[in-house]
Write a protein that binds this ligand. Structure first.
Ligand SMILES: *[C@@H]1O[C@H](CO)[C@@H](O)[C@H](O)[C@H]1NC(C)=O
Ligand SMILES: *[C@@H]1O[C@H](CO)[C@@H](O)[C@H](O)[C@H]1NC(C)=O
Ligand SMILES: *[C@@H]1O[C@H](CO)[C@@H](O)[C@H](O)[C@H]1NC(C)=O
Length: 201
């Protein structure tokens, strides 16, 4: 009798196990309540340098980010890279479409060079972010931190280039605000990379 009961109990356990397995498979263990992902993003962004911009750019990616510190850092780097690329394009267009005052034109060339360094640094970071495993996380995060910091440096040199000469045209204002956004996005991405790194010592 005891054996029969035990067998039944075993069956019951097996069914539970199978069910658990099935749920894991069908949801890939990844389907996270969207609300909890949004909470996670808001919480993570609250420690970023520019929390509003962080939420504004990342909340739309809740389904990708889920509740992963690695994915949110990765998504923030992606967002920054995309923004730098589109700003670079508009700057190139701008410099080709109108005769700029020489000083602005010069600042723009310097800036474009630095933005291309920024794209390079971010691209390397995004690729590395994809390759992180628990065994190599230390050195990889170190690399990413170095690259993203240098990107931030390049960007600040870029805004500096437009400082001091007082041509107050729309183009210049628009360039500065674009560069500023890039710098803020980069700073946020760096903060999220640091958060992720701090989880792993
Ligand atoms: C980042 O961008 C790459 C390439 O566009 C994409 O494959 C990847 O899913 C993105 N990752 C995140 C976390 O957004
Ligand atoms: C940016 O400026 C810093 C110091 O102001 C300098 O060390 C660095 O080399 C500059 N970066 C570039 C890409 O010119
Ligand atoms: C900026 O403009 C002021 C007058 O509006 C002028 O005195 C000054 O020299 C200008 N500065 C530069 C760097 O062009």
């Amino acid at each position: 009798m005891a054996t029969a009961f035990f067998n039944q109990f075993l069956d019951f356990l097996l069914v539970l196990l199978a069910l658990n397995f099935f749920i894991d498979i069908s949801f890939g263990g990844r389907q996270i309540d969207p609300k909890s992902s949004i909470e996670f993003i808001k919480t993570s962004c609250s420690s970023a340098t520019y929390p509003d911009l962080c939420c504004q750019t990342l909340l739309g990616q809740a389904s990708t980010i889920q509740k992963s510190p690695q994915l949110i850092a990765h998504a923030a780097l992606n967002v920054t890279l995309i923004d730098v690329k589109s700003t670079t394009e508009s700057m190139v267009q701008l410099s080709q479409s109108q005769l700029l005052p020489a000083k602005v034109g010069q600042a723009m060339q310097v800036c474009l060079k630095e933005l291309s360094d920024t794209v390079e640094a971010l691209r390397k970071s995004v690729i590395e972010m994809d390759k992180i495993k628990s065994s190599n996380i230390g050195p990889m995060v170190h690399d990413i931190r170095t690259w993203v910091s240098s990107a931030l440096n390049d960007e600040s040199n870029c805004t500096d280039g437009f400082e001091g000469d007082n041509i107050s045209n729309d183009a210049k204002t628009s360039i500065r605000s674009h560069i500023l956004t890039i710098a803020h996005l980069t700073s946020n991405a760096l903060a999220l990379v640091e958060d992720y790194a701090s989880l792993h010592g």
